[in-house]
Design a protein around this ligand. Structure first.
Ligand code: AMP
Length: 279
């Protein structure tokens, strides 16, 4: 496994692999890797001839009051995980290589970026799209892997790729959870024992919604009430949003249909968590 910090050097290595006839799989991450990230890495190693993983904590997607400085980092551990998965190249650019001091250009996906998480994190998807497009230009992957865990992010990336006519296939991989249901997230590292227990109300509420829908309920107002009641019963939890939307435009639905997305964001104390379910 080779590790690159320089843009020209990683470009040269990937182009060499391409000219040798290998297809390029790419997994962008912010590091502090867990089984969720590794499920994307495994999909890439399986599907593509040459896998590139980036590790870059992207300052553009954090608001000034958010946790950019405190975001968990452990490069040595991440590299050990990636070596064990058979990754070919890890790309970890320094901040000023991606955003030099005179940087001005940002990518926005209007409409989609303002919905769901966009309300409480207005800068977030602009930062995500900008860094993902930059990374796509550097790596020029044939296929890139994203997690359903960040459902809105996946929908927005798919839309950016379509709107800009980018020549990359987007694969979205299922949410990986702990055995008790908690969706894996690098930010789970912030929890104490009580908070982690409280955080289970997210997946529990989605399980209740799934059971209700399986039993025939289609009215989104009633399904949302069931989810909210379950979360509000947890004293440490505070709901940011619970919505049922279509998976492409992310617009609210009255009646739930196959393919729709139940998405929620909840604060456990000051830690903001997201989770979702595709019907
Ligand atoms: P991050 O490092 O948080 O930016 O995540 C990098 C990629 O891993 C994104 O495409 C995420 O959606 C994906 N990911 C994060 N957590 C999970 C999870 N629990 N299951 C599946 N994919 C995940």
């Amino acid at each position: 496994m080779q590790i690159f910090v320089s843009i020209p050097e990683v470009k040269a290595r990937v182009q060499e692999a391409k000219s040798g006839g290998r297809s390029i799989g790419f997994v962008p991450t912010m590091g502090f890797l867990h089984e969720g990230h590794l499920s994307l890495v495994r999909a890439s190693v399986r599907d593509a001839g040459f896998t590139v993983v980036s590790i870059f904590v992207n300052p553009a997607q954090f608001a000034p009051h958010e946790d950019f400085e405190d975001y968990p980092r452990d490069m040595e551990r991440d590299l050990d995980f990636l070596r064990a998965e058979g990754v070919d190249v890890v790309f970890t650019p320094p901040r000023d290589a991606v955003y030099p001091a005179d940087y001005h250009t940002y990518v926005e996906v209007h409409g989609l970026q303002e919905r769901l998480c966009g309300n409480s994190r207005p800068q977030f998807f602009r930062g995500v799209c900008t860094v993902v497009l930059k990374l796509f230009h550097i790596i020029e992957p044939d296929v890139a892997f994203f997690g359903q865990k960040d459902a809105q992010q996946s929908a927005i990336i798919r839309r950016m790729v379509k709107d800009l006519g980018l020549d990359v296939r987007i694969e979205v991989c299922p949410i990986v959870r702990d055995s008790d249901g908690l969706a894996l997230s690098s930010r789970n590292a912030y929890f104490n024992v009580d908070q982690r227990e409280a955080a289970l109300c997210l997946s529990r509420s989605l399980d209740l919604a799934r059971a209700k829908i399986t039993a025939g309920e289609r009215n989104t107002g009633r399904i949302i009430s069931i989810i909210r009641d379950e979360i509000e019963a947890e004293p440490q939890a505070k709901i940011d949003y619970v919505e049922i939307v279509d998976a492409d435009e992310l617009l609210p639905k009255d009646k739930v249909e196959e393919g729709d997305l139940i998405a929620l964001a909840v604060y456990i104390d000051h830690i903001r968590l997201i989770d979702n379910l595709i019907i």
